[in-house]
Ligand binder design. Structure first.
Ligand code: ADP
Ligand code: MG
Length: 676
């Protein structure tokens, strides 16, 4: 059985089993699908066509006896001459004395090594047996305990004993439609391809399979959720909602209207809503959240809005209070710094249903927070929350509808994988009249010039943010750094302009006060660490200077930049950075070239890879063995469509050609831990 432990193979005892487990190899199946990360081209080559320093495989005849010499401490050199056609050259092997027996005068030999054209000599790395057939030698990630050759041998042995048991799991319909290589053949060829062509076909099959199986599981979950029509039905009052929208100080954009409709349709249906609302910074997600919460209250239910920072919670509270000014709606704010007496009151009023809308930080998910009739939960800037925090909040009600809002534009491929179980709504336009933010990248020595220019801009009545980096491990140092910049800017700008400082070590009340002063334009310049990163909305601030910008992720820079450009005036974002390498420079350039968050994140993904952008665990992103969501984005797309189509066919599992697939999914269901 493929599910058998690797100890079923000869030569695998307890010790080796442990060493293999460290590589993630536990069963025969995981051994056979432990794919090489690259291949050495070991096709036999001709002397006449090879380049200096190229790694090549050469076949020839041994024309001199092998001579072994020792030098230094335990160092050896094995030398002999070899002839290919009529050319003779020197071959040296270092520190592999045991190869001596393989070099036999006048016999044929196949050697792999590095060619030195000037000396006409080969530094040997391997000697292949005379039975060599492979053109490509697999190279695996290995460890000290498990060497390349050991692993190769084990894999070969695995195929010999268990290869026949590898069954096809994809339906014949898909294999034919996409001309996919058979499973058994493909898994084998991933290790031992006879040529490049075969390797490509094998990989194509394996990538498709990985994505397809993943999508099948994901869509399966989604179907199961949908089938459960025992979610809440929030029969909101659409007349009230309409008149509320009419009296807003602005007209909703077409995109805002569309997503509001999508959300409201979910509220009304017995289906349990799990929706992701994506919209670039400044696209106006808050008002959509407010509308959804308002609709919920008209249905007689309570709503909750969870945000990642106190500043943001405070800000939402203020705008909601203004928004619902004329209405009979009770809103409360609950954060870590809510006084215990007030907190007690809030908890009571939540329980007896007096409070309609609760806004807060993760203080919302503490155990003793109970709602009377929680109908809708919204998390803003949801990328800041871990999977577990979202889950706890969701469990606070009797399956309330859930809306996740994010401004971190997730590239579509990532969205499909990380949030595939959710429905997605996208706000793809900004409110009218916004002028795109102009972004420039300067080197640190130019900072003073920038500040001189900023003085002139601010003379027109605008305000400025100056952002200093914050590295979690050393918050103290960063605070000092911010403090220093704050003092420098004070001596540069005061008394003409007032400078304020905001950082994570300040008390919530202090932060609030500084924010308030900046909002009221009592402070014109706000020096801050990334505590203002998300959500903060001060439309009169049109200048943003980011110090050491290369220490931030692109998504984060985009977020920060989104703090300006929120009003009708032209806004500027200046990145001050001295990146050390090409990727760093490229990242700064990306920021200056586009203000579209989706493009930013696509480029970031391509530059840094998904693991760095989203913490693997945080996002629920699965790890694929071989498939790459960037490189194989189009395969992912196709796999998704096929999985969706299949799940739409009722009882597809009973169709004979799908039996193997259904069984396979059933089996792996037990270990399915992709999502919360
Ligand atoms: P984000 O999507 O980044 O959370 P916000 O909800 O904070 O964006 O909205 C950004 C700004 O745009 C706010 O000042 C908000 O009042 C304003 N706004 C939202 N929708 C519109 C609209 N349809 N027309 C004009 N201004 C709008
Ligand atoms: Mg927001």
């Amino acid at each position: 059985m493929l599910t058998q432990a690797v100890t079923a193979l000869a030569g695998v005892g307890k010790k080796r089993q442990d060493a293999l487990a460290e590589l993630g190899i536990t069963t025969i199946e995981s051994l056979l699908t432990y794919y090489p990360f690259r291949y050495e081209d070991v096709q036999e080559r001709q002397l006449s066509e090879i380049q200096d320093q190229e790694k090549v495989t050469l076949k020839g005849t041994v024309v001199s006896p092998a001579v072994m010499s020792r030098f230094g401490y335990k160092k050896t050199r094995l030398q002999f001459r070899m002839m290919q056609n009529h050319d003779v050259f020197q071959v040296s092997f270092f520190n592999q004395p045991y190869l001596k027996d393989k070099v036999v005068l006048a016999e044929e030999i196949v050697v792999y090594g590095k060619w030195d054209a000037k000396r006409k000599a080969l530094t040997g790395m391997k000697i292949f047996g005379s039975g060599k057939q492979d053109s490509f030698a697999p190279v695996y990630h290995v460890s000290k305990q498990i060497r390349q050759t050991t692993l190769q041998e084990l894999i070969k042995q695995g195929f010999l004993q268990y290869g026949e048991q590898i069954e096809e799991i994809l339906p014949i319909q898909l294999i034919e439609k996409y001309r996919l290589m058979a499973r058994k053949q493909a898994i084998y060829a991933m290790h031992f391809p006879t040529n490049m062509e075969e390797y490509k076909k094998a990989k194509r099959r394996v990538v498709f399979e990985e994505f397809f199986l993943f999508q099948m599981k994901l869509q399966g979950l989604k179907q199961a959720e949908k089938a459960e029509v025992n979610g809440l039905v929030l029969s909101y009052d659409s007349q009230l909602l309409k008149s509320f929208i009419k009296q807003l100080p602005f007209e909703l954009t077409a995109a805002q209207k569309r997503v509001t409709n999508e959300i409201c349709a979910d509220l009304k249906s017995p289906k349990h809503m799990q929706r992701l609302l994506q919209g670039d910074v400044g696209s106006g997600k808050t008002i959509v959240a407010a509308l959804a919460l308002y609709a919920t209250t008209t249905a007689g239910f309570q709503g909750a809005l969870m945000v990642p920072t106190e500043i943001l919670a405070q800000q939402h509270m203020e705008s909601f209070v203004t928004l619902f000014d004329q209405m009979d709606i009770t809103i409360a704010l609950l954060t870590g710094s809510t006084k215990s007496k007030e907190r007690k009151e809030i908890l009571t009023e939540l329980k007896n249903g007096t409070i309609d809308i609760l806004i807060g930080t993760h203080a919302l998910i503490q155990e003793d927070v109970d709602f009377a009739y929680l109908g809708l939960v919204i998390t803003d800037e949801q990328h800041r929350f871990g999977v577990n925090q979202r889950k706890i909040l969701r469990e606070k009600g009797w399956k309330p509808d859930v809306l996740f809002m994010t401004a971190t534009p997730i590239p579509r491929t990532l969205a499909i994988t990380a949030y595939g179980e959710m429905d997605v709504s996208v706000i793809d336009e900004l409110p009218k009249g916004r002028i795109p933010i102009e972004t420039r990248w300067v080197r640190p020595p130019q900072l003073e010039t920038v500040l001189e220019w900023a003085k002139k801009e601010m003379a027109k009545g605008h305000q400025m943010y100056v952002i200093c980096p914050l590295i979690e491990e050393s918050e103290m140092l960063d605070v000092q750094n911010a403090q220093k910049i704050y003092e420098d800017l004070q001596s540069f700008f005061e008394p003409t302009f007032a400078v304020g400082l905001l950082h994570g070590r300040m008390k919530p009340t202090e932060k609030e006060q500084i924010m308030e002063q900046f909002k009221e334009n009592e402070l014109q310049i706000l020096v801050s660490t990334t505590v203002i990163e998300v959500g903060v909305n001060v439309p009169n601030a049109t200048l943003m200077v980011i110090i050491d910008a290369d220490r931030f992720g692109l998504a984060q820079l985009h977020q920060l930049r989104g703090r300006v450009g929120r009003g009708a005036s032209a806004s500027y974002c200046i990145l001050v950075a001295n990146p050390k390498n090409e990727v760093g420079k490229e990242r700064m350039k990306v920021m200056t070239e586009t203000t579209n968050g989706f493009i930013v994140s696509e480029r970031d993904l391509a530059l840094r890879g998904p693991g760095e952008i989203f913490g693997q665990r945080q996002s629920g992103l699965p790890e694929f063995l071989i498939a790459d969501i960037v490189e194989h984005a189009n395969v992912l797309e196709v796999a998704k469509q096929e999985a969706e189509w299949l799940w739409k066919q009722s009882n597809w599992q009973v169709v004979p050609s799908y039996h193997a697939l259904a069984n396979y999914l059933e089996e792996s269901h037990k270990e399915n831990v992709f999502f919360d």
